[in-house]
Design a protein around this ligand. Structure first.
Ligand code: SAM
Length: 346
């Protein structure tokens, strides 16, 4: 039964795809509570009560891609486009350092005009000023040589959600011009180059099934990323999936627990999307195995424009307010935000 499978996952860190699909189907309050308690114990053993923070700098929302679920897709003519300057990004990092951040995440759309040279220059500038900090990039798909240049410039980590490990499902979420193979090629290159690499997927995306989720879990089990970002799909009204139902907080939290049991050292964020669909979603994620939060460091003037989905949390708050509020919230579940790069434990 489900509890026995969960015990086996905790012991052996591996299950068959069929067993993963069974566990996805078996989710109910009792099973989720069982997995959550076990996962919280594992998290405590590996990371204690530490919660790592990442300062998210949304560097621009100009994107050449047309992902059907995403509010900054190129076909969305309602998106108010922006691109931060290199100086603005650097200033965000400076503010973040003062607030206690030791990891900065540069995330954005795939914007040809913010090229690899700009990315590398900005990484070098941040790393030179703050040698005790890590820089994470989350800027989409590039040729291997470009990833090599970013790594050489000093970037430590790269986040590229695989979105779904099922090719047919991938093709339903993306236009024909985008390629499942290329996404997977990027992830392999990133890991091979030496980045702490993160993959991940949306929970409850259109056409997702227990079988596609089982593919995701098996992919993560074999790929062994350093990080894994999962959050609920949330519709954005100006996209083709604007009237689809959102994913649920319950399923997201349950999957966070399964991931913690599968890979005890995984860096696992309780995402903003989770906090958006449920007011205490991030706290619940932390209580059930997550160990990372990613407050927003973007300038207030652009926060509302980086609208991947509707209703996004904290678009009106200063970075300092966000971190103060999160520190208190995290303490409610017996955890503590620490001033640390927060690398994956080896
Ligand atoms: N362009 C880069 C890339 O493709 O990896 C980084 C930015 S992209 C907007 C970051 C992530 O946002 C995606 O990997 C996707 O999973 C998530 N996302 C996009 N639209 C979303 C939605 N409607 N609901 C929840 N998450 C969404």
């Amino acid at each position: 039964d489900a509890k026995k499978l969960i015990d086996r996952l905790a012991r052996e860190h591996s299950l068959s795809k069929e067993d993963y699909a069974f566990l996805v189907r078996a989710q109910d309050e009792e099973t989720a509570a069982y997995a959550g308690a076990l996962a919280a114990g594992v998290r405590r053993e590996v990371y204690g009560t530490d919660v790592y923070i990442r300062g998210l700098i949304e560097i621009g929302n100009i994107c050449r891609n047309d992902c059907l679920y995403c509010g900054i897709r190129r076909s969305n003519t309602h998106a108010d486009r922006y691109r931060l300057t290199e100086d603005e990004i650097f200033e965000c990092a400076c503010e973040g350092y003062t607030l206690g951040f030791r990891t900065f995440v540069m995330q954005g759309g795939e914007d040809g005009a913010f090229g690899v040279d700009s990315i590398c220059r900005t990484v070098r500038r941040i790393k030179r000023k703050f040698p005790d900090c890590a820089v994470t990039l989350s800027l989409g798909e590039f040729p291997r040589e470009d990833y090599e240049a970013m790594f050489a410039a000093g970037a430590d980590r790269y986040l590229l959600r695989h979105e779904t490990a099922d090719r047919t499902h991938y093709e339903k979420l993306h236009p024909a011009e985008m390629s499942f193979e290329n996404r997977m090629r990027c992830l392999r290159d990133l890991k091979d180059i030496g980045f702490q690499t993160g993959c991940g997927f949306m929970v409850g995306s259109p056409f997702q099934t227990p079988e596609t989720l089982a593919e995701d879990l098996k992919f993560i089990e074999t790929f062994r990323p350093a990080m894994c970002g999962i959050g609920p799909f949330i519709p954005q009204k100006d996209t083709p999936f604007g009237d689809r139902p959102a994913g649920t907080a319950e399923q997201t939290v349950y999957l966070l627990s399964l991931l913690r049991l599968m890979q005890p050292k995984l860096l696992l964020p309780a995402t903003t999307a989770l906090g958006t669909i449920l007011p205490d979603g991030r706290e619940r994620g932390l209580a059930a195995g997550a160990n990372v939060v990613m407050p927003n460091l973007s300038p207030l003037s652009v926060r509302k424009k980086y609208a991947l989905y509707d209703g996004k949390l904290c678009t009106g708050e200063e970075a300092a307010q966000c971190i103060g509020c999160l520190s208190r919230r995290v303490q409610l579940v017996g955890a503590n935000i620490v001033i640390d790069r927060g690398d994956v434990k080896s």
